[in-house]
Design a protein around this ligand. Sequence first.
Ligand SMILES: NC(=O)N[C@@H](O)C(=O)O
Ligand code: NI
Length: 170
Amino acid sequence: MTTLTLELLTKEAFAPFGDVIQIDGSEWFPINNGTTKRYHNLGRVEVTGEGGLPIISMCRGDAFQLPVEVKMLERHPLGSQAFIPSSGAPFIVVVAPNGADDKPDESQLKGFIVRGDQGVNYHRGTWHHPLVTLGCEGDFIVVDRGGPGHNCDEVQLSQVYLIESAPALA
Ligand SMILES: NC(=O)N[C@@H](O)C(=O)O
Ligand code: NI
């Protein structure tokens, strides 16, 4: 068993894996006669494959408590997948680049603690752990691919990675 240390989520650190959907630090322009700030194009929705279409869903994640065991990762080969908190719950994101064997490169496994005002948009094919809402139940808006075809590869990791702590959230 190996300890996985979480880091705070930043756009830069997450860039190889996807987009960070947040207002803080993002550019905006005025719309609606100046009464609304539009934070435009914070994430790229990708949909491929015959009959695929972008859909909007919601998820209610159970409250996980530390320590959290990471035993598997998944990826969606046909589309991106975004999780945007709608109830302000923090969550844990675990990602890995693809390895030469077309499985997660565990040597580059990364874990992030995500504030309840940050969302993530996994690029198509990014290896990630399913939703882990931390400390309380959490509601999320999910934007991903609907339609026919196989769109979820799951892989058991070579060992269990243990998340025992998380940095304090600002
Ligand atoms: N399938 C689904 O809605 N969620 C998972 O893909 C996940 O990443 O949590
Ligand atoms: Ni997923």
